[in-house]
Write a protein that binds this ligand. Structure first.
Ligand code: MTE
Ligand code: MO
Length: 168
């Protein structure tokens, strides 16, 4: 018998198992793109984020209830791809901004100093949980949280791309 024959059904089985696992969790772990003015454009898998320190924020929603969002600082996420923050955020680099894009086409912009810990103590982050649970598909897997901002218009739901761009 051809020794390579058993490999085919095995691959098929593994493929199907992966597909069904994805269907169960409802989220594709590799959907977040880091692009533009970054050293290393990349598609993030959940494994990349697990390495980062988690941050959280308690927020009052429109329904009057308090929720705790948690996730990863945008500065840390962007640093995975390499971005000019900290000591590099000066001169021409001050004309760069972050464009956040969602799966429904919604977009919002942040100036880099807004998310740089060298400039501000406010930690803008990419939330993947609320009250310890993964965000529902209607919001997640990733949503921007902007602590202290009075309107939640930049709390972009269903984030698919983080793009660093030049304003000039
Ligand atoms: N992807 C996406 N994110 C979005 C929006 C949107 O239309 N699409 N609307 C924004 C606006 S204007 C507000 S006020 C908040 C509302 O969030 P909520 O539905 O969780 O209350 O989501 C923000 N994030
Ligand atoms: Mo809004």
């Amino acid at each position: 018998m051809n020794p390579f024959r058993p490999a085919f059904p095995l691959c098929l089985l593994l493929g199907l198992a992966t597909l069904s696992l994805r269907a169960q969790t409802g989220t594709d772990p590799a959907t977040l793109r880091l692009e533009g003015e970054v050293t290393k454009p990349m598609t993030l898998g959940k494994g990349d984020l697990f390495k980062l320190k988690r941050t959280e924020h308690r927020a009052k929603e429109a329904d009057g209830k308090q929720y705790t969002y948690s996730g990863y600082a945008l500065a840390d996420v962007l640093q995975l791809a390499g971005v000019t923050l900290g000591s590099q955020l000066k001169g021409d680099n001050l004309a760069k901004y972050l464009l956040v894009q969602a799966s429904d086409g919604y977009e919002a912009v942040f100036a880099l100093p807004e998310l740089d810990p060298a400039f501000t103590d406010r930690v803008l982050f990419l939330a993947d949980q609320r009250d310890g649970q993964p965000l529902p598909d209607s919001e997640g897997p990733y949503r921007i949280v902007v602590p202290g901002e009075k309107r939640h218009a930049r709390w972009v739901r269903q984030v698919v791309t983080l793009k660093v761009l030049f304003a000039k």
